[in-house]
Design a protein around this ligand. Structure first.
Ligand SMILES: [Zn+2]
Ligand SMILES: [Zn+2]
Length: 219
């Protein structure tokens, strides 16, 4: 599904595997990047969808992981193998991936194990910029749902696209969620005034008002 001329939905419950969170693809000037990887249950369908969107899987430079949860990361190693990309995650969630913590990554919720996953680029601090073709991708730490939860933005077709993923939470002690951080992160997302929100489980919201209403509904 095309969202803008650079952004596509290429995976998720309806596209790759019923347990997958949404997987988004950015393409620009022969380079590409993915936002999250799903569980891996639909790895072959994911590669087909990347090709259908017009990208060569070998052009995927980065796999940005918005947080450590299994429905977003279980397929990460397979994506790295299939594309040769580098895996990016915030350091505060990378630790749970590298240790293969099935509790904090919620793999146990899916009756699965989190295999220890090497993260190639760990983001520390509040913000890091990446380049994908002519796109400037901003990776922001937005904790709350998990300690290292992060969001990304990119400008495409004159619109600010926000990859919020698990904007809706949930908050849970076993996930090390922190309510005050979550509220602060929602407020930060509102301050971005994004035109399009790509969510992890609730689909794509188009229009500033719809994006604001959705984020505000969790405050
Ligand atoms: Zn999720
Ligand atoms: Zn999550």
């Amino acid at each position: 599904m095309k969202i803008t001329s650079h952004v596509y939905l290429v995976g998720g419950a309806g596209q790759t595997d019923p347990a997958d969170a949404a997987i988004y693809l950015m393409i620009s000037d022969g380079a590409a990047a993915l936002v999250d990887a799903g569980t891996g249950g639909g790895a072959e369908r994911l590669m087909k969808n990347i090709q259908k969107a017009g990208a060569d899987p070998r052009a995927v430079r980065y796999l940005f992981l918005t947080h450590c949860h299994y429905d977003h990361t279980g397929g990460a190693e397979r994506v790295r193998r299939d594309t040769g990309c580098e895996i990016v995650a915030h350091e505060l969630d990378a630790v749970f991936l590298e240790e293969g913590d099935s509790e904090v990554t919620a793999a146990s919720w899916y009756r699965a194990w989190m295999e220890p996953l090497k993260v190639d680029i760990t983001v520390s601090g509040a913000k890091q910029l990446f380049t994908v073709g002519s796109l400037e991708v901003a990776f922001y730490h937005a904790p709350g749902h998990s300690p290292g939860s992060s969001i990304l933005t990119v400008r495409s077709d004159g619109k600010l696209v926000l990859f919020g993923q698990d904007v809706h939470g949930p908050l849970n002690d076993s996930l090390r969620s922190v309510r005050e951080d979550y509220v602060r992160s929602l407020e930060f997302m509102l301050s971005l005034e994004a035109d399009i929100l790509c969510e992890g489980h609730f689909g794509v919201y188009v229009g500033r008002e719809k994006v604001r209403d959705f984020i505000e509904s969790f405050l």
